[in-house]
Design a protein around this ligand. Structure first.
Ligand SMILES: [Zn+2]
Length: 380
């Protein structure tokens, strides 16, 4: 996900009533992506979560949490070594991490020795305590920047989540009172139950977020870290993803690349200066990888989506530069001229909810690109 204040509101508020369609379309898209790749799929449900397991390579498994509070298709990657296990990202809350750990126990009895936190956004490290409590020798790996951002942000989240819940609850009450969904169409019984379930799920998330114990990384690095361990080579690289100091993990022998939110599906998260994230994507494209596991979304077996995300960043930064040089005076003017419409269909495949998200994301991206192009200055 991108930074909490910017994205927490958007995926849920105003989209109640359309999430089911998104889920269906997303399912169809995966089916297409995974048809040639999937070697083992299991589905586990518990505590209201739907988590799916995909075997990526020998001893390497992707666990995808389909939806949880404000996030979708969130990945935690499990790598079994000769004597122990490494887990890349620990999900949105301890109860989800516990479900994944229970699944790891079915794969192997080896202890988890390393956890990696790709970046500071709370959907990627809020299950740390589960691993730290279970495995006393655990090391948690992240960049120095990530730890800084974690420590500077974590105390703000419980209140932020609570406010988000209050807003959802109030939207739901308005829907029920008016008999109309967020898009103005009559509220059906099925839709009402679904929206009520979303609020319940978010409430349980808020309660967990309020009481969870923050466990911070113990093994930090600045730009590169290589670990020869348990019969594998792990190359950790600090890059600009949708957060500065994002850890990307590359396994050169297995040709597996795990990106955190430097790559995210279906509509990419982008928050730092766009040209820096674009540079990361170019660097990732140069690595010899058979499989790319993004922070959110299915594993990719080619560079198609990575290159599409790069094309979006390049299209917007170039469009913004042109608009500014042609005399645009306001942000609104630039946002109206730079829409990346030519790329929209490749991200949204005709789904109306994804189209709304795409347009909103492009607007946000244009704002970032303007800021970067003008040395930190926004336009009025
Ligand atoms: Zn994320």
């Amino acid at each position: 996900m991108s930074a909490v204040p910017e994205t927490l509101g958007k995926p849920l508020r105003g989209t109640m009533g359309r999430l089911a369609t998104v889920a269906m379309v997303a399912a169809v898209l995966w089916a297409a992506t995974l048809a040639h790749a999937q070697t083992d799929v299991a589905k586990m449900s518990g505590a209201g979560h739907d988590i799916r397991k995909f075997k990526i390579a020998d001893g390497i498994f992707q666990f995808m949490t389909m939806r949880d509070s404000y996030v979708r298709e969130l990945n935690s990657v499990v790598i079994v070594n000769s004597d122990d296990v490494l887990v890349f990202d620990t999900d949105t809350r301890p109860s989800t991490a516990r479900l994944i750990l229970a699944e790891i126990r079915k794969i192997t009895r080896k202890p988890v020795r390393y956890v990696v936190n790709s970046h500071w956004h709370p959907d990627h490290w809020s299950g740390n305590q589960v691993y730290a409590d279970t495995f006393p020798d655990l090391e948690i790996i992240a960049t120095e920047k990530t730890v800084e951002f974690m420590r500077n942000s974590a105390s703000l989240w419980p209140k932020k989540f609570r406010q988000q819940l209050d807003a959802m609850q109030s939207d739901l009450e308005k829907e029920i009172a008016s008999g109309k969904g967020a898009d103005g169409t009559p509220l059906t019984t099925a839709q009402r139950s679904k929206d009520e379930a979303d609020v319940r799920d978010y409430r349980s998330f808020v309660e967990e977020a309020a009481t969870l114990r923050r466990v911070y990384p113990t093994l930090t690095y600045e730009s590169r870290l290589t670990l020869e361990h348990g019969g594998r080579e792990f190359r950790f690289m600090s890059m600009t993803g949708d957060a500065e100091g994002t850890t990307v993990l590359y396994l050169p022998h297995e040709k597996v690349l795990i990106t955190g939110d430097a790559v995210s599906y279906p509509i990419p998260y982008i928050t730092p200066p766009p040209t820096r994230q674009a540079e990361t994507l170019r660097e990732l494209a140069r690595l010899d990888a058979d499989v790319i596991i993004p922070g959110h979304g299915p594993a990719f077996h080619d560079q198609q989506f990575l290159r599409l995300e790069l094309a979006l960043l390049e299209t917007v930064t170039k469009g913004v530069r042109d608009a500014l040089r042609n005399g645009a005076q306001t942000l609104d003017e630039v946002q109206r001229s730079v829409t990346a419409e030519d790329l929209r269909e490749q991200f949204t495949h005709g789904d109306s909810d994804l189209e709304t998200r795409f347009r909103d994301r492009v607007k946000a991206l244009v704002k970032l690109a303007v800021r970067e192009a003008r040395d930190g200055q926004d336009l009025p």
